[in-house]
Design a protein. Structure first.
Length: 101
């Protein structure tokens, strides 16, 4: 068997792994879906409506933000979250185009 010659961009690999890790968690997917349904929503509304602990919600939002899947706007003392649809579409397209043969 011939060895395949490949060079992996480690920075892209790390970024891809972070994004996949972010969307692989069921609660983060629920939070992402909730933000999608509500367009521009503050963190208090997220954890109160979803009946989550504030600290847990903040941790999951931090992961989603670091992966670039959500963006934030500060409005007074509140931070509002929005889905980064461009990034989500890009990620879903990459996943759907991945072949497992």
């Amino acid at each position: 068997m011939r060895k395949a010659k490949s060079s992996i961009n480690t920075e892209k690999l790390f970024t891809s792994a972070e994004i996949l890790r972010a969307i692989a968690h069921p609660l983060r997917m629920k939070i992402l879906g909730f933000i999608d349904q509500n367009e521009n929503i503050n963190v208090n509304k997220i954890y109160n409506t979803m009946k989550l602990e504030q600290s847990i919600t903040s941790q999951h939002l931090r992961v989603l933000r670091a992966a670039g899947l959500v963006s934030t706007e500060k409005n007074g003392k509140f931070r509002h979250y929005n889905v980064n649809y461009q990034k989500v579409t890009q990620v879903l397209s990459a996943i759907n185009n991945f072949e497992t043969n």
